[in-house]
Design a binder for this molecule. Structure first.
Ligand SMILES: Nc1nc2c(ncn2[C@@H]2O[C@H](COP(=O)(O)OP(=O)(O)O)[C@@H](O)[C@H]2O)c(=O)[nH]1
Ligand SMILES: [Mg+2]
Length: 305
């Protein structure tokens, strides 16, 4: 299955509500009228696009329609796809790419409990292995006993290597060993798992900062991505989480998981346009192949399919 098909399937819950409603709305379009724009804005908000982003997109659409005199539903749909694509793309070209130019390069995966960090790491490992890369995982979630075990099962599935210490070990020392091993073994990519919860939030943030300093010291020249994992089913709450992580960690991209579990796939638009951090990957299921690179145009088209 191609990425577009997978994404469409992943967005099928969104499609059943939002897209069905949009389809009827576009079909009824015969020319600009205020009622059409109001209903469109409301539908986008229901899909979790976010009030500000929805109002902004509809304003841009109204303006484009005035300029170009759209008469058909197809015209207005294409114009909306263009506008959403632009809103989702956060500025620079190719911003959705995961940058892994050096050997090794590092991906640090952060986010609150249960959002899908460990699962996404397993999927990422499989993706890079299938591209012929040597992948090492560092089990930096030492807070829960089961966490390293879960990661090691994914390592087996993906045929990746893993560094793990015991429960309660210092996460920064796991990452330290990961950095050393990645260099010594000639790995292409080191992917570090982290805990989503410690005894309190400031503990977690200072832990992440400490891990960051270890990587700075051990692999100063390595390309590094710090990917924040957000669960699409938590909607606007995810945006709040993102804001608090952004304050401490230098987040370079978002992995948006569980798009298959929500009718509110529009949250990707809200995240990209409100945070100014690019969505880089999306999770559309629990299987090893259910992580796909994010492409703004494809996403906008799948949302309006
Ligand atoms: N449906 C669905 N479930 C997912 C996705 N990503 C993760 N999950 C599930 O979310 C749950 C928590 O995932 P986990 O990786 O343990 O989260 P962590 O605490 O952030 O490491 C697990 O049951 C995963 O199977 C996704 O894209 N779609
Ligand atoms: Mg985990």
């Amino acid at each position: 299955m191609g990425f577009f098909e997978k994404l469409k399937q992943g967005l099928s819950k969104t499609a059943k509500t939002t897209t069905a409603r949009l389809g009827g709305l576009f079909a009824s379009f015969t020319g600009a009228n205020e009622e059409f724009y109001e209903e469109l804005e409301e539908t986008l908000i229901l899909a979790d696009v976010g009030a500000a982003a929805a109002a902004d997109a509809v304003d841009a659409l109204r303006e484009a329609a005035r300029r170009n005199g759209y008469r058909s539903g197809e015209d207005i749909k294409n114009a909306l796809a263009d506008i959403l694509t632009e809103r989702i793309s956060s500025g620079e070209a190719d911003s959705a790419a995961v940058r892994l130019g050096t050997m090794p390069s590092v991906i640090l995966v952060v986010g609150v409990n249960g959002v899908g960090k460990t699962t996404s790491i397993g999927k990422l490992a499989a993706m890079y292995k299938s591209q012929g890369k040597r992948v090492l995982l560092a089990a930096g979630d030492t807070f829960r006993a089961a966490a390293a075990e879960q990661l090691s099962i994914w390592a087996q599935r993906a045929d990746a290597e893993i560094i793990m210490h015991g429960e309660g070990a210092d996460p920064a020392s796991v990452v330290f060993d990961g950095c050393r091993a990645a260099k010594a073994r000639g790995c292409d990519i080191l992917i570090c798992d982290t805990a989503g919860r410690l005894h309190n939030k400031s503990n977690l943030m200072s832990e992440l900062a400490k891990i960051g300093r270890v990587i700075d010291r051990e692999l100063p020249d390595a390309d590094r991505e710090t990917l924040l994992v957000l669960d699409a089913t938590t909607g606007q709450n995810g945006l709040l989480q993102a804001k608090s992580f952004k304050d401490t960690a230098e987040i370079t991209g978002i992995i948006l998981t569980k798009l298959d579990g929500t009718a509110k796939g529009g949250i990707a638009v809200a995240i990209a346009s409100e945070l100014g951090v690019p969505v880089k990957l999306v999770g559309v299921g629990e299987g090893i192949d259910d992580l796909i690179p994010f492409d703004p145009r494809t996403f906008a088209e799948a949302l309006l399919q």
